[in-house]
Design a protein around this ligand. Structure first.
Ligand SMILES: [Fe+2]
Ligand SMILES: [Fe+2]
Length: 187
């Protein structure tokens, strides 16, 4: 199946979300001098595996050779980013930056490049989301990509904690780095 065919299998609501994320990615890319087409594509592709069932995600991860950690075993939905990244890679459509972005869009991670920071932000602040801080976080990210990324991470952590959920270890490491103020641009 091509990536376009996979996109067409998604619900209208998921397609619309992906298109809004792609549009926010383009805006962030313009503002921060990133590759606009790559940014748009990352947004478009990030949730290609989001509507698979949990058993199907586990099976597909195994087929693709993706390491399934204890968190992913407990919540296979966490695999939808890594699986979409592998599909994009196998379709020959990815750069390391866009693969990293898609792979980590759910949890964030330490040492993410700017495109991956942008996708984590865009997924959280696209205009279809409804929460009080959404627009303020988007405006912050347009000004300061890393600051916006850390703010969206903190907001996500607060949301998870309010629901009694533990943040993923990759998110904890990303937050630690934000607190230490030592995020390095490795790209
Ligand atoms: Fe997602
Ligand atoms: Fe998403």
């Amino acid at each position: 199946m091509t990536l376009e065919e996979r996109f067409q299998t998604l619900s209208r609501h998921r397609q619309a979300h992906a298109e809004r994320v792609a549009a926010v990615m383009r805006a962030l890319a313009q503002q921060h001098h990133l590759d606009e087409e790559l940014a748009w594509f990352g947004g478009w592709a990030h949730d290609l595996a989001r509507e698979m069932s949990r058993p199907a995600l586990l099976a597909e991860a195994e087929t693709l050779g993706i390491v399934i950690g204890p968190e992913e075993q407990a919540e296979p939905l966490l695999l939808h980013g890594p699986i979409a990244a592998k599909w994009v890679e196998r379709a020959g459509r990815g750069t390391p930056q866009v693969l990293e972005a898609i792979r980590y869009h759910t949890t964030g991670a330490a040492n993410l490049g700017p495109l991956a920071q942008a996708l984590f932000i865009a997924d959280g602040v696209e205009p279809g989301r409804r929460y009080a801080l959404r627009e303020a976080l988007y405006l912050q990210a347009l000004e300061d990509l890393n600051g916006g990324y850390c703010a969206v991470l903190k907001n996500t952590q607060a949301y998870l904690l309010s629901r009694g959920l533990a943040p993923h270890p990759d998110m904890v490491r990303a937050l630690d780095q934000c607190t230490a103020g030592t995020v390095q641009d490795t790209h």
